[in-house]
Ligand binder design. Structure first.
Ligand SMILES: Cc1cc2nc3c(=O)[nH]c(=O)nc-3n(C[C@H](O)[C@H](O)[C@H](O)COP(=O)(O)O)c2cc1C
Length: 281
């Protein structure tokens, strides 16, 4: 078997790399570990041209993204290990995810790949919304999440001086090829996707920030629970939903052609507004 580790840190032998390698060491199933250091890869920004939605599902950008995608397709399991920067997963993960429309054409092969994720924060409690970044990343690439954790350690290598973190690596390693996650017994999680981050829309209504399902919060005997109603055509909880979303996105081309004239006149009205700071030559 092959396990792919996507690393978000530019630091060689930094905490993300060590955690990924420690997880790999503790995976009970024999496997080969493949590694990608995302910040070193040439991953260009999505140009919002939607070319990848059609025909061969290829992106016009010529960069390392297709090689990473091939590695992902080949892998039997995935480890995502990223450092916390400014309260979020560092930008290398987002740079990769922003090319995610290219994945739609490959979901038939990509879907439900077992995956675990770990974020490393330098200061206890200062991970901000990084766990949400990890949980959504796994969903957005069509993976089957088997666990995600935040661990703490600032100096390179420091993360493994704490035995709790080694235990966390062991837990994630054991879960990767283990049974599907069971979050139904944990009412503080989203019952649709297992996410644990909610946005309060008012004092009752919430939305799961991982899968976007609407719901409400209930308090029974002093305990909080979330009752969510995932939309029937949810686009990243099932392969069928992802297929439907691809068709919806493809339909946007026709909608654009129909409304092009009207949209263009709205846009042009704003053409000469403001003064631009130009990029460096
Ligand atoms: C630009 C930058 C921003 C950071 N922001 C945070 C932060 O918001 N919260 C935090 O706990 N640690 C923060 N850190 C610390 C790193 O998360 C920490 O050192 C981690 O171990 C880095 O993992 P690595 O060794 O894999 O690079 C930041 C580090 C850098 C370089």
């Amino acid at each position: 078997m092959e396990v792919l580790a996507l690393l978000g840190s530019p630091r060689r032998l930094g905490n993300s790399e060590l955690m990924a390698k420690e997880i790999s060491r503790q995976i009970p199933e024999p496997h080969r570990l493949k590694l990608v250091r995302l910040p070193e890869m040439d991953i260009r920004p999505c140009r919002a041209c939607y070319t990848c939605m059609f025909d061969e599902h290829t992106c016009p950008q010529k960069d390392d993204f297709p090689r990473i995608l091939e590695a992902l397709l080949r892998a039997d399991g995935l480890i995502l290990a990223v450092p916390v920067y400014m309260l979020a997963a560092n930008a290398s993960l987002k740079r990769f995810l922003d090319r995610g429309l290219s994945l739609y054409g490959r979901f038939e092969q990509l879907w439900a790949k077992p995956a675990v994720a770990v974020a490393i924060a330098g200061m206890p409690g200062m991970e901000g919304y990084t766990k949400l970044c990890l949980d959504s990343a796994l969903r957005l690439i069509g993976a089957q999440p088997k666990g995600s954790e935040v661990v703490y350690g600032a100096l390179p290598g420091e993360v493994l001086t704490n035995q709790d973190n080694v235990q966390t690596a062991a837990r994630l390693a054991g879960a990767l090829f283990g049974p599907p996650l069971d979050w139904q017994s944990e009412p503080y999680r989203c019952q649709a996707c297992g996410g644990d981050t909610f946005r309060f829309l008012d004092s009752e209504q919430v939305r799961c920030m991982t899968c976007s399902s609407p719901g409400r919060v209930e308090v029974t005997d002093g305990r909080i629970s979330f009752v969510v109603n995932p939309p029937e055509d949810h686009f990243f909880l099932t392969l069928e939903g992802a297929r439907r979303h691809l068709h919806w996105l493809q339909g946007m081309k026709q909608r654009f052609l129909e409304q092009k004239k009207e949209l263009k006149s709205i846009c042009l009205d704003y053409l000469r507004e403001g003064e631009w700071l130009e990029p460096r030559e």
